[in-house]
Design a protein around this ligand. Structure first.
Ligand code: HEC
Length: 308
């Protein structure tokens, strides 16, 4: 059973694997352009035809039975005997399953117990139940042999361990193929990279930065306005990055470097930088110092805002 299930799972997985390779979108996202459309359509078509054939067969058999019944009735009339319809296959089948004693014969299996008029019948267990029980015993023996004697299939714990090992090795492969470029405040340079800013916007929303800084960054009673050019901890990319990464825990700004990946911190920093000069609905009054970007070329006069 387990093998059958795993074969089915494998087939399903490989089918969806094909689909993803070819289209990148799953079948349900874009059914009409999916390469799997002919396949699913054929399966659905065969299923419907099969269903219709069964319905037609059932109707035919019922009509046939009706005719047979009429002929039998006529014959019974001619011979003067009483017509007793033969039991249908379902009646025979359910009798086989239950093997119950008909009400007329219950007297034969009555026990002598009588509790205030409530009597007891000596019914035996229904065959369907017995077969289920025997089946369980057989299954237990097979299971015990496969999993604990011959060890031909892995136990749950082993399955888990191999899956974890597989995931680890594929993770290692992936990270080896795509080395993480080290992100830190010393090398970070802000560019209006749409992709990074878009991802940063998601990080901002996902971590509910808006609950303290307002969704448009305009600030609220807790957090400062992130859209103006006044900064408590400096407005350069390096300052903003390290404020978000390390937080200002004593003032209520969490250290996000502990809660999210360094990539996410970079992305949300870019998003915050992109808010500069935007017009929030209810901007909070400026806090901190006006930040003037440092001049491009190094200058002997100190005009740049303090870099922490
Ligand atoms: C629990 C409330 C809270 C949340 C959530 C929060 N912040 Fe803050 N944040 C603050 C507070 C308070 C300050 C001001 C700290 C201070 O006064 O030194 C601050 C300061 C900042 C600053 C520096 C502002 C300046 O003027 O120097 C930045 C940038 C910032 N937050 C970004 C974020 C980002 C991005 C997120 C989401 C990942 C976020 N914050 C989530 C409360 C919050």
């Amino acid at each position: 059973m387990k093998k059958i299930i795993s074969v089915i799972m494998f087939l399903l997985a490989s089918v969806s694997g094909f689909a993803q390779e070819a289209a990148k979108k799953t079948f349900w996202e874009d059914p009409f352009n999916s390469p799997m459309l002919p396949y699913y359509a054929t399966v659905a078509f065969i299923g419907i035809v099969f269903f219709l054939i069964i319905i037609v067969l059932v109707i035919l058999i019922r009509t046939l039975n009706l005719f047979i019944e009429r002929v039998e009735l006529q014959r019974a009339k001619l011979t003067g005997k009483e017509y007793v319809p033969s039991p249908s296959w379902w009646e025979k089948f359910s009798q086989k399953l239950n093997d119950s004693v008909p009400v007329e014969q219950e007297k034969d299996i009555e026990l002598e117990h009588d509790y205030d008029g409530i009597r007891e019948l000596d019914n035996h267990l229904p065959p369907w139940w017995k077969w289920l029980f025997y089946g369980c015993i057989v299954w237990a023996v097979v299971y015990f042999f496969i999993y604990h004697v011959s060890d031909s299939l892995p136990l749950m714990k082993q399955e888990y361990d191999t899956e974890v090992a597989q995931a680890k090795s594929s993770q290692q492969k992936a990270s080896a193929a795509q080395p993480q470029n080290a992100i830190d405040e010393n090398t970070l340079v802000y560019t209006k990279d749409e992709k990074i800013i878009e991802r940063g916007k998601e990080v901002f929303a996902r971590n509910a930065c808006g609950s303290c800084h307002a969704n448009d960054g305009g600030g609220n009673t807790i957090g400062p306005n992130l859209t103006d050019s006044y900064w408590i901890h400096g407005g350069g990319i390096k300052n903003v990055f390290s404020t978000i990464k390390n937080g200002v825990v004593e003032k209520g700004m969490p250290a996000w470097g502990k809660a999210m990946s360094i990539n996410d911190v970079r992305d949300v920093t870019f998003f915050v930088m992109s808010l500069q000069g935007s017009k929030p609905a209810a901007p909070k009054a400026p806090q901190g110092e006006l930040y003037k970007p440092a001049p491009e070329k190094s200058d002997s006069t100190k005009t740049s805002a303090p870099v922490k």
